[in-house]
Design a protein around this ligand. Sequence first.
Ligand code: TXA
Ligand code: MG
Length: 329
Amino acid sequence: MKDHIDYTPFIGTDVGIAAKLLIRGEAVAIPTETVYGLAANALDVKAVTKIFTIKQRPTFDPLIIHFSDLSRADDYVLEVPKIFKKLAEKFTPGPLTFLLRKKQNIPDLVTSGSPFVAVRIPSHPVTRHLLNLIDFPLAAPSANPFGYISPTTAQHVADQLGDKIYYILDGGASEVGVESTIVGLNAEGQVEVLRKGGLSVERIEEEIGPVIVKETSTSNPTAPGMLSSHYAPRVPMILGDIDALSATGDPARTGIISFNRFLPNIPTKHQIVLSGTSSFGEAAFNLFAGMRYLDNCDIDVIYAELIPERDLGIAINDRLRRAAFKDEI
Ligand code: TXA
Ligand code: MG
């Protein structure tokens, strides 16, 4: 029913069109500072179902809901713990997501039956504008087919989901480049980082002291965002010493992801240097686009190196490890 709405061009910057489609119960791709999301009315089960169908995402993988302000979540969550309020004050809008006890008005489909809902306050101005035009929260996972690399531009979304959605709201390249950091409280009331993301653990700890950082898991089906295999290119990716690895095989059919330097023996067009100046922020910004680029090159293998395990390097290495993981899904 695409012809019912004047939505040309398909990728566009019209927040009003995006709002209209969302109100009508459609799924729309939206820009955020972390990655692009595939959004729908979180209160409308039919609309949320479209997200799962379009992404081919299993319904046991819960969705994050987005608000323009944490206080707007009050109607949908039982309470916001004090310590989260403190974090929210400091770091939101921004790449941080809170697991909070949900009220009944959040459909079980959104949370995969969990009594907790993930709440995020994005900072991207276009999506903040959009959120202010509607009176419901937006459920939005990353706008990629399940298991593939998350999109950081409107074009990435179009390349993979373009024939399945009505509109991609273009807000430029996502500034942060990796998904939000997810925090929850454990049974003892301690803050746990459940997904390493665009807000570093160090910055969280500066604010509230030591937190528990959960490792990825293949055994907990209720938190598949933590599955080991995720964010994966189709070209096999191997982690290790890129100098040694690149000395084996056919250099013309080899791709490289390095932190800060080109290798002399591999064609430059098959190399992604995450940050020539060793900036973690720049490396995060370039990571997913670089993986996608290499995945579309005519090569047989991608060799990648881990970067220093601190700051955003923790989230980057987490994504690299999962992209390289091939044995389990
Ligand atoms: O940066 C982001 O967070 C992006 C943008 C679009 O906001 N969204 C995103 O969503 O990364 P998604 O669906 O790709 O990842 C959400 C992950 C889930 O896979 C799950 O691990 C966790 O968040 N999650 C969501 N709701 C949860 C819940 N109720 N309980 C436990 N984990 C939850
Ligand atoms: Mg995702």
